[in-house]
Design a protein around this ligand. Structure first.
Ligand code: ADP
Length: 506
């Protein structure tokens, strides 16, 4: 049994806060207040909510339950800050972002600990996520001075046309709990590069990384009001509608479920806001008969079980050609059986808890549904109450068919569901037979097949012979009900800019 590191701490938030702070070399990064207009503020209501470590269910910190009026004040602050920030030069914003990137890395260990304490992922993954944040800030620091317009030949004599790209305005940023830091870096990095200001509403399960990143932004010299972070647990829908309906907010960037994305899109209609959505996935992972099976096993482990299966690009349906199916399932199951599940802060832990007991229940529902419909269990298949209520055993099932829940819904947990297939056309059809289309993975050595299959898959991103696809220079995003807009890359910046055409008569 894994001994909880914080077992000796009380459940009262404040006593936990002081003890947890002891783990950080800069305890000031563990916040208990929101960040608005360059000030650390509590809610005037005095209300707070606890942020728990999912590995121990004990409070790590408590943060303000802000009111809708306080959110509206933050929007006004961001609007006022925009009036001057929009006029900074690309080079000035580049320097800010570069400093932000460097400071993220200088504080990597503390920030990684904060991620692990609020999200549960192993510390190595927490620190890795901070490196990803720094990579995004660095990327956007390089993009900021290169926001070029164009000179366009007119069809009419005596007319000149040129375009300028301008920051779109105040951005409402709503983020999920699975990447508490990097989802913010992707959006805020682009917003800063463009000259936009932001009001960030992080997921209530994981607001601490967002608040710590506001502290780092302040250290980097980001001007007052350019980045604001407001937290709430009880009013997430009111916060969403306030951001979407405010005439002062020009853009909404949301990462989260398709369900909430549809609500936010509806709420944004009245003001016709620019929206970008990175929503749910249900990624197919396809292993063809000609693939390097060991490499495919390695890739499937990474893609399926990263963050204990709680990423939107995690493989959710693993299709393996009949000629290599048994070999793949055997090798894959052996690897999964050797995972070391426990508290992500402990040495040697490879996989942490899920973020909530509801997530555990969903995984278990998918497992029991599949087993009831005659799937075969190879590893796992149960909750791990001896570790805590949020732990689920990494699980491998084969004999999975399209009638099972696991193929229809994104599991968002440590369940690998393997289906055998025979032909290329069959597997492309199976892979596309869902309403969402974010990521897919393909393992093959046949170059023609690479082109045919990647072109046929209805997704925004395809990993070919790799289970790891995210990086700052790649456009990240989906098609169908996985949303629209791209993050990272040059396109990520475009989402925060509007094009103005200037037509001059000579
Ligand atoms: P998940 O299922 O991964 O938790 P959600 O879409 O529920 O994804 O949550 C992602 C983000 O959306 C979080 O910040 C959450 O607080 C916020 N959220 C949840 N419900 C709503 C809503 N009705 N309106 C606005 N934001 C919401």
């Amino acid at each position: 049994m894994v001994r909880p590191i914080y077992g000796r701490l009380g459940v009262r938030a404040m006593s936990s806060v002081s003890s947890v702070q002891g783990l950080l070399s800069n305890p000031n990064l563990l916040k208990t207040q929101c960040y608005v207009n360059g000030q650390w503020v509590s809610s005037k209501s005095g209300e707070t909510f606890d942020v728990n470590n999912p590995a121990t269910n004990l409070a790590v910190s408590s943060v303000p339950e802000m009111t809708v009026e306080e959110l509206q004040e933050a929007i006004v602050v961001a609007k006022n800050a925009f009036e001057s920030f929009k006029d900074t030069t690309g080079r000035e914003r580049s320097d800010l972002l570069r400093k932000y990137a460097d400071l993220m890395m200088a504080n990597q260990s503390d920030l990684g600990h904060i991620i692990t304490m609020e999200n549960g992922k192993p510390l190595a993954e927490g620190k890795g996520e901070i490196a990803t944040c720094a990579a995004y800030f660095k990327w956007f620091s390089e993009e900021a001075p290169r926001v070029y317009g164009e000179t366009i030949p007119s069809q009419i004599k005596g007319i000149r046309i040129h375009t300028v790209k301008q920051p779109i305005g105040v951005c409402g940023i709503i983020t999920p709990w699975n990447f508490p830091a990097s989802m913010i870096a992707r959006k805020v990095g682009a917003a800063l590069a463009a000259g936009c200001t932001s009001v960030i509403k992080p997921a209530d399960a994981t607001p601490l990384s967002a608040l710590a990143m506001a502290d780092i932004a302040e250290q980097a010299g980001v001007p007052k009001g350019v980045i604001n972070v407001v937290t709430s647990r009880n009013k997430v829908s009111e916060f969403g509608s306030t951001l979407c309906e405010s005439p002062l907010v020009s853009k909404i960037s949301f990462t989260g479920s398709t369900r909430v994305g549809k609500i936010l899109m509806g709420e944004s209609a009245a003001t016709l806001k620019k929206v970008s959505f990175e929503l749910g996935g249900n990624a197919p992972f396809i292993v063809f008969g000609d693939s390097d099976v060991d490499a495919a096993v390695e890739g499937a482990v990474l893609s399926k079980f990263r963050g204990s299966g709680q990423t939107c690009i995690c493989a959710n349906r693993i299709y393996v050609h009949e000629s290599v199916h048994d070999e793949f399932v055997k090798k894959f199951s052996e690897k999964v059986a050797n995972f070391n599940v426990g508290n992500g802060l402990e040495e040697g832990i490879t996989h942490g808890p899920l973020t909530s007991t509801q997530s555990v229940d969903k995984v278990h529902r998918h497992v029991t549904d599949a087993l009831d419909k005659n799937a075969t269990l190879h590893v796992g298949g149960s909750k791990l109450p001896e570790l805590g209520p949020n732990f689920y055993a990494p699980t491998v099932l084969s004999g999975v068919n399209p009638e099972m829940l696991v193929t229809k819904e994104e599991t968002f947990g440590p369940l690998a569901a393997v289906t055998k297939f025979s032909t290329d056309d069959e597997v492309i059809q199976l892979a596309n037979n869902v309403e969402v289309g974010l990521a897919a993975y393909v393992y093959t050595r046949d170059v023609s097949r690479v082109h045919k299959v990647t072109e046929g898959l209805q997704v925004g991103m395809v990993g070919v012979n790799t289970g790891l696809i995210t990086e700052a220079s790649m456009p990240f995003g989906g098609v169908k009900e996985s949303g629209f807009g791209r993050e990272g890359s040059l396109y990520g910046l475009e989402d925060y800019l509007s094009i103005k055409s200037v037509i001059t008569k000579l």
